[in-house]
Design a protein around this ligand. Structure first.
Ligand code: DOR
Ligand code: ZN
Length: 447
């Protein structure tokens, strides 16, 4: 890593949200010097450079389910998407809920990750405090691994007291449609209400996903979170992140908490502002995700918050499942969008739907701030040289080689304005023109 080199005639998106034209000098994996000859408010017509994106919510399924997607392939998808840092979720098999398992997972990432990384610990009652070297803890209020869900205010409060950074999946599983499940069991036995279900949802033959996990589950979760929050003395409260916000209710709640000065942050994912439950109905298992896609009103509220700062940062919630698993009768939930992350956000910004200032925050700066990641997320002197080189010509969808083992393009209709031509991780070219450079490893972003 003692290499020194320069990128001349470069155009880069600076930390002031202007496009600078000049020379980037890189040494020892970091940006040593930025020499800007002039600046403009739009990128140059050819290629331009943006900070490598930070995806603060991915599910790379190692250890436990590498057949779905392991660290090496998942981080290859990251490189294709211009992503240079991922924070990995703990709902592995077995769940990452002890310090020993966290250490074991860290060893795997050290060996296999092509991008920089941080890891979450799964919260459980009586579980350990996340060490400084972890991104934080994840609370699942609906079961998502072998561990029971954590949903009661008393349990939440206990975790809030102990931890510094908490990210919550805010769907209370007790509101899931067990009534319907019971009905279905009865249907199987007697054939009784089947007819009416069929009539209401002919193409499914069963309740649509967003009704199986209704909005009431989100509302109940927010209520319990608020109750727990009030029970914990202000000084003992953690930083709280509401993961993958998908409803008006979450957006409004986070806005209110922010106004009142609480250390509460909001994350969303592209699918929550690109799609609605109609798309889920139309495209079936490909867009079945938890929390589910919601109404047009929810989608619009999420996107308004993306634009105005109600949402702090965007993540993919990259959750790969194999095509044959998605084709099963009860398919697993999850969308695998990591390799299109940069192109989606950049295209929306090129179209003027997001300002470049907001782009910087949404694509990395805020996630870095939220999770204590230093020296990443912006192109500035002294920062790590995590860079994505953006080309105005996106790959044609038909010719595109999909990297993720989920093997499905979540955004087939989206008109990409740009693609990622190359990605540098800690000053080393890791991926270029569709090919990975072997031997480039990321490093842990903590410690
Ligand atoms: O859709 C989802 N898939 N939501 C989750 O919370 C978990 C994830 C997964 O791990 O597959
Ligand atoms: Zn997730």
């Amino acid at each position: 890593m003692g290499m020194k080199f320069q990128i001349r005639n470069a155009c880069w998106l600076g930390d002031d949200a202007w496009f600078h034209h000049g020379t980037i000098s890189i040494a020892n994996g970091r940006i040593m010097k930025l020499e800007s000859d002039f600046a403009s408010d739009t990128p140059s017509a050819g290629e331009f450079i943006v900070p490598g994106l930070i995806d603060a919510h991915v599910h790379l399924r190692e250890p436990g389910q590498p057949y779905k997607e392991g660290i090496a392939n998942g981080t290859l998808a990251a490189l294709k998407g211009g992503v240079t840092t991922v924070l990995n979720m703990p709902n592995n098999v077995p769940p990452t809920a002890s310090l020993a398992r966290l250490e074991a997972k860290r060893a795997l990432f050290a060996q296999k990750s092509r991008v920089n990384y941080g890891l979450f610990l799964q919260a459980r009652i009586g579980g350990p405090r996340a060490p400084e070297s972890a991104a934080g803890v994840k609370i699942y209020m609906a079961k998502s691994s072998a561990l029971a869900a954590v949903r009661d205010p008393a349990a939440l409060a206990q975790i809030f007291r102990l931890q510094n950074r908490v990210v919550v999946h805010a769907e209370d599983e007790r509101e899931f449609s067990t009534g319907w499940k019971k009905s279905f069991h009865r249907v199987e036995k007697t054939g009784e209400i089947f007819h009416s279900v069929e009539k209401s949802f002919p193409q499914c033959g069963k309740l649509p996903h967003h009704l199986r996990r209704p909005r009431a589950a989100v509302v109940a979760a927010l209520q319990s979170i608020a109750t727990a929050w009030r029970r914990v003395p202000p000084k003992e409260r953690p930083r709280l992140v509401i993961a993958h916000c998908s409803t008006v209710e979450e957006i409004d709640w986070v806005r209110k908490m922010k106004r009142q000065g609480h250390d509460v942050w909001a994350e969303t994912c592209p699918h929550y502002f690109l799609f609605t439950e109609q798309d889920d109905r139309a495209r079936g298992p490909a867009l079945q995700v938890n929390p589910p896609l919601r109404t047009e009103e929810d989608r619009a509220a999420v996107f308004a918050a993306v634009q105005d700062g109600g949402i702090d940062f965007i993540s993919t919630d990259h959750a790969p499942h194999l095509p044959k698993e998605k084709a099963a009768d009860s398919p697993p939930s999850g969308i695998a969008g990591l390799e299109w992350f940069g192109p989606v956000l950049l295209t929306l910004t090129m179209r003027g739907e997001i300002s470049w200032q907001r782009y910087l925050k949404l694509a990395g700066q805020k996630a870095a701030q939220c999770y204590g990641i230093e020296g990443r997320g912006l192109v500035r002197e002294g920062a790590w040289a995590d860079l994505a080189i953006v080309a105005n010509k996106p790959p044609a969808a038909a010719q595109e080689k999909i990297v993720t083992r989920a093997a499905v393009h979540p955004y087939p209709q989206f008109e990409f304005a740009v693609g990622i031509r190359a990605t540098l991780v800690n000053g080393r070219l890791a991926w270029t023109d569709g090919r990975v450079r072997p031997g480039v490893h990321g490093r842990e972003v903590y410690g």
